[in-house]
Design a protein around this ligand. Structure first.
Ligand SMILES: [Zn+2]
Length: 389
């Protein structure tokens, strides 16, 4: 997008029309930066006449512009930077991106439906020698191994074999065929535009409030995943689940787009569980030492992150020294002094602190293990609450 392709600044246009100047046509924008996040891109301009910030957000096949009057932006800080209004950031994170993700999910579900229809009604009939697995994936090789005529028929419906281009030619239900109408725009001095086939079109405040927003697919899928994990893992026992803030992203509950973690209590175990990048992080804490040899062997079999912690103990430097000297370890006097000095430096005299004892035994009070998918997640949870006790 270049400045030429932006619409006239609605604030300057209104002001010039109010003053009787109907010839106003200037587009006095200067580009002021952009960035590309995981699921959308952003580019900013500034109106040289009124100082409005113009933000273009694109993502999920939708493009919108927001004109933010200068007095709604925070005052420039010492580096000259300004912050967007909180109301606008909350709307982008909590409404616009959620609506985009919901639309993406529906488009994908529709694409899968069309794909299955094509396999059943076209591919299986015309090329019966090709086999398909239960997920409708080609069982004998992908697109590149198909006859050219089969590829052509496929491309005619799905556009191309690249997923990013697929779907261009699939007939869409009417509510998905049109670009997203930005829902529930903030009632403020900001002006919104959306991009359509004919260019930029102002977003109508009242009309935008006709549209509801559904639960964020990220949050819903997270809940459904763990509900199903817990019900499979704890078939025969009582358990309690509470949502806790995401411990990896360190964001409060309810932060848009951030999946909550869970605390599960069952029997003697308290489990902390949630997605940490691409793995499910599980931390089990027991109220006494338990035998962890079984869960350790599962972790070794699957080559996943595994850690155990013993009971927490109070150490003063004197207690540590007594333990070092009484043990069977043959530390030199210099090593002992080094360890004691390091401990004294970290934990000043007279202030005993909690320190974890490091154990290689089969017993532990805390177990941390990572699971790559649902199946091992269920297996580890079962082991953590049953086999370990
Ligand atoms: Zn302006």
């Amino acid at each position: 997008m270049t400045a030429d392709q932006l619409p006239l600044c609605p604030f300057c246009q209104t002001a010039s029309e109010a003053s009787g100047d109907r010839s106003y046509q200037s587009k006095n924008y200067s580009y002021s930066g952009g960035n590309f996040a995981r699921s959308f891109s952003q580019q900013d301009w500034k109106c040289g006449d009124c100082g409005a910030t113009v933000v273009q957000i694109g993502g999920h096949g939708n493009q919108i512009l927001t004109f933010i009057p200068n007095d709604l932006m925070s005052l420039p800080d010492q580096h000259g930077g300004q912050d967007y209004p909180k109301e606008w950031l909350d709307w982008v994170d909590g409404v616009f991106l959620v609506a985009g993700r919901t639309r993406d999910e529906k488009l994908e579900a529709h694409r899968v439906l069309e794909w299955r229809k094509w396999v059943d009604e076209v591919a299986r009939v015309k090329w019966p020698e090709f086999r398909w697995d239960e997920n409708y994936n080609a069982a004998d090789g992908g697109y590149h191994s198909w006859p050219r005529i089969m590829q052509a028929e496929h491309d005619h419906i799905f556009g191309h074999f690249y997923p990013s281009l697929a779907g261009n030619m699939i007939p869409l239900p009417i509510e998905l065929a049109r670009p997203l109408y930005p829902p529930r725009i903030p009632n403020s001095g900001m002006k919104f535009f959306r991009h359509t086939r004919v260019g930029w079109e102002p977003v109508d405040y009242d009309y935008s409030w006709i549209f509801g927003i559904e639960e964020d697919p990220i949050i819903r899928r997270n809940r459904e995943f763990f509900e199903s994990v817990f019900s499979e893992a704890f078939t025969s026992r009582d358990y309690k689940v509470v949502e806790i803030p995401n411990q990896y992203e360190n964001q409060p509950l309810g932060t848009p787009g951030v999946q909550p973690w869970y605390w599960v209590t069952t029997g003697w175990a308290t489990l902390e569980i949630g997605w940490r990048k691409r793995v499910v992080h599980i931390r089990a804490t027991y109220d006494h030492e338990v035998d962890v040899s079984h869960i350790r062997s599962l972790a070794q079999r699957d080559k996943v992150t595994f850690e155990t912690l013993g009971p927490e103990q109070l150490y003063t430097t004197e207690q540590l020294e007594a333990e070092i000297r009484s043990g069977s370890n043959q530390f030199s006097e210099g090593t002992v002094q080094f360890m004691l000095d390091a401990h004294r430096e970290r934990f000043p005299e007279g202030e005993p602190r909690r320190e974890r004892s490091h154990r290689n035994s089969t017993m532990a009070e805390v177990v941390i293990i990572h699971a790559w998918s649902k199946e091992p997640c269920v297996e580890y949870l079962r082991a953590l609450v049953e086999k370990a006790l």
